[in-house]
Design a protein around this ligand. Structure first.
Ligand SMILES: NC(=O)c1ccc[n+]([C@@H]2O[C@H](COP(=O)([O-])OP(=O)(O)OC[C@H]3O[C@@H](n4cnc5c(N)ncnc54)[C@H](OP(=O)(O)O)[C@@H]3O)[C@@H](O)[C@H]2O)c1
Length: 336
């Protein structure tokens, strides 16, 4: 079978096409014929860290969807032909997070990912694809979609009448925008591009701010919300956005801490949390249980993920370059 391996050294990571033996499912495992895989910002970080222990020779990408192709013994929940997607953490099936799950993240330092024609995983690490979605669409869900569901809905409790702020128009931000629209929440979108903001308006964004033209976008958020601020914020930037997120949060609001788009290690002044009785919710993707709940919501509201572009299997380096350019709106996908 065809696959890609990560190779190289820090800063010069490359994706190496390889031919591997088709894996066989053992007891409790299922083999998936992968039809599509999607890229996340995390995959750029992983590529840039090539050479780090465990990464070289690893199959990258956490996100993929396809068809059940073979079943090991004692698997009762799946049949050959079922349409499935893999959950980001192979071992986080349900219940609260445990730090021991980290090493089971697909396409990370310890566990192979989805950029292979066939992948074997435990039956418990798979979820059914919503019937209205293609494999290309379903492949966008495991990281970006589940992160937003877990942070914003399960833990953040966003509902009708709330106000969500999303940063940019990448994968995570647009799931946030689509979930807000479906729930009847108001959405504020900040972006570097007026053209992308116009597209965000079509998805239900109602307060649109170009953060290049308006670098003090927190003041613009406050003005547009009559001094109230956003009840929920998807904090995606990290050090370059965190202080402005804190200045944009409404009384009793929630900052869902997710991203590192401007780097790691925010050192914000957290005092405003206390004055506004606001919360920070730290999120690392979610469980298979969160994924199943999100899929019911996607089905109920007939939500289709926003796919910017689909690349062929031979074009994986181009797909990575597209994501790195930041020119995308939504998700970049590889179709096998
Ligand atoms: N904690 C978790 O479990 C988890 C899960 C998923 C993702 N993440 C993190 O969440 C972030 C987003 O991931 P993604 O896959 O959605 O990324 P992505 O699709 O690559 O999104 C990139 C977009 O972010 C926007 N952006 C970049 N710098 C910005 C800034 N300073 N202010 C506002 N927007 C900015 C840009 O949108 P415009 O072009 O519109 O400006 C850019 O196109 C990443 O840091 C990722 O590592 C974390």
């Amino acid at each position: 079978m065809k696959a890609y391996h990560l190779n190289g050294h820090a800063g010069t990571g490359r994706l190496e096409p390889v031919d591997l033996g088709k894996p066989e499912p053992a007891n409790g495992e299922v083999r998936i014929r992968v039809e599509a895989a999607s890229l996340n910002y995390r995959d750029l970080i992983t590529l840039d860290r090539a050479g780090q222990t465990g990464l070289n020779g690893r199959v990258p990408l956490s996100d993929g969807a396809g068809i059940v192709d073979a079943i090991g013994s004692n698997v009762v929940q799946w049949q050959v032909g079922d349409r499935v997607a893999a959950s980001f953490f192979r071992d986080w099936v349900s219940g609260p997070f445990k730090s021991s799950y980290v090493s089971s993240s697909l396409g990370g330092t310890s566990t192979d990912g989805m950029l292979a024609e066939y992948v074997v995983l435990p039956a418990t690490a798979l979820v059914a694809v919503p019937p209205h979605l293609s494999s290309v669409e379903a492949a966008t869900l495991p990281c970006a979609g589940v992160t937003v569901w877990h942070g914003l809905i399960t833990r953040g409790g966003m509902r009708k009448g709330d106000t969500l702020l999303v940063q940019g128009t990448g994968g995570v931000a647009l799931f946030g925008l689509q979930f807000a629209t479906a729930l009847g929440a108001r959405a504020i979108v900040i972006s570097s591009s007026d053209e992308k903001l116009a597209r965000a308006r079509m998805l239900g964004g109602s307060i649109l701010i170009n953060y290049r033209d308006t670098p003090d976008w927190d003041a613009a958020v406050m003005k547009a919300t009559d001094g109230e601020g956003a009840s929920h914020i998807l904090e995606l930037g990290g050090p370059g956005t965190y202080d402005r997120s804190l200045r944009s949060v409404a009384s009793g609001g929630k900052i869902i801490q997710i991203g590192v788009l401007t780097g790691f290690g925010p050192k914000p002044d957290l005092s405003r949390l206390q004055w506004e009785n606001a919360d920070i919710i730290g999120v690392t993707v979610g469980s298979a249980e969160h994924f199943v709940a999100m899929n019911s919501f996607l089905t109920e509201h007939a939500i289709h993920p926003i796919v910017e572009r689909v690349y062929g299997f031979a074009e994986v380096p181009e797909a990575y370059a597209h994501l790195r350019s930041g020119s995308h709106f939504g998700k970049v996908v590889v179709e096998f």
